[in-house]
Each structure stands twice: as structure tokens, then as C-alpha cells.
Design a protein around this ligand. Structure first.
Ligand SMILES: [Zn+2]
Length: 185
């Protein structure tokens, strides 16, 4: 109900993570699973600097939001930021590219609302608990904003990155934070 984690028991509607503690985001949805085509697109976006991939992904997100209307009306779109150093190394922020394309397509402003304060170790080998600890305090709100915010990123794994971002956004005054990612790992 809250993060799209597939559940084997049809009688429950929240996964373990959402059921045992409060999530800072209100709802997290993804276009599709990381295995297969969506994961390939995410990898192409991150490593090949292919603008056509970002355009394609933002148009799919826009189609999804406009046709299914899972989130209702959104006031502003933002994205998961990178540290200045990581941004220099890669040269672009893939989440920002998707967010900007999406904003143009659904006619909503895209704003930089968060700053990544310090670099975190790569998340892929960490447990869910370690991921949360690794990211604690990593993001700060840089602009106070009210209303409904859509936070865009490429992958949702345990949700700890978007959760930290949602926490910072709510500290900054956002009333609701929805998360839209390309792929769900
Ligand atoms: Zn969940």
C-alpha cells in the first residue's frame, strides 16, 4: 500500500518495513521491476550519459502520472541530489535529468529543494539497517516549501535514500512527499 513491496500474504497490506516503523514518504511507486528492461534503462542512464534514455524515462513517468493519476495534483517536483564531488565526477545527476523532463511534460515546476551534505558509502552491500545508518543526516532541506512534493529518483531498493530525503523535505515544511522511481529493486 505504501511502497509497492510485493507481498506473499494477501491478508496484509503493509510490508515489514512500512508496518514496523513510520515511513517519511507518503507513497512510493515505481514504473517497473529492476530485473529486465527497466534496470537496463537505469544502467544506461547512469553510465552511458545518453540523453535519449532520460527523455524516454521522463515521458514514461509523465504518461503514468497523467493516465493513472496515482498521486493526484502535485505542487512541485524535486530529485535526489548528489554531493558536489560526485556530480563533478559523473558530470550530471540522472535523477535531475528525469525530473526536468517530467516537469516539462506535466507542466509542473522542478525545484532543487535538497542538498546532499556528505558522501555516503555505496549502499549495495549494506543491509537495510546499515543503509539507514549510512544515510542518516546526509540530506538537508535548502528551501522551505509547502504543499505536495514529488521526489524523483532512478532506483528504489530498501527506500532508505528517498526516506532520508522525505524526512528532510518534511522538516523543510512539505506536507506530503510522494516518491516516483524508474525501477524497484
Ligand atoms: Zn512497504
Amino acid at each position: 500500500m505504501k511502497c509497492q513491496e510485493p507481498l506473499s500474504d494477501p491478508s496484509v497490506d503493509l510490508c515489514r518495513a512500512c508496518g514496523t516503523r513510520e515511513r517519511w514518504f507518503d507513497l512510493a511507486i515505481s514504473l517497473g521491476p529492476y530485473e529486465g528492461a527497466w534496470g537496463e534503462l537505469v544502467r544506461a542512464l547512469k553510465f552511458d550519459v545518453e540523453p535519449a534514455v532520460a527523455r524516454f524515462l521522463s515521458s514514461r513517468m509523465a504518461d503514468y502520472l497523467l493516465n493513472q493519476e496515482p498521486l493526484g495534483d502535485i505542487d512541485v517536483i524535486t530529485y535526489v541530489p548528489m554531493t558536489r564531488r560526485a556530480l563533478r565526477q559523473r558530470g550530471f545527476n540522472q535523477a535531475r535529468l528525469i525530473a526536468q523532463g517530467l516537469g516539462r511534460r506535466i507542466h509542473r515546476p522542478v525545484a532543487r529543494l535538497l542538498r546532499k551534505v556528505h558522501e555516503t558509502s555505496p549502499q549495495s552491500r549494506l543491509s537495510a539497517r546499515e543503509r539507514r545508518r549510512n544515510l542518516r543526516g546526509a540530506f538537508r532541506s535548502i528551501r522551505s516549501i509547502h504543499g505536495k512534493v514529488l521526489l524523483v529518483d532512478d532506483i528504489f531498493t530498501t527506500g532508505s535514500t528517498v526516506e532520508e530525503c522525505a524526512h528532510a523535505l518534511k522538516n523543510g515544511g512539505c506536507e506530503e512527499v510522494f516518491v516516483l522511481t524508474v525501477a524497484r529493486a
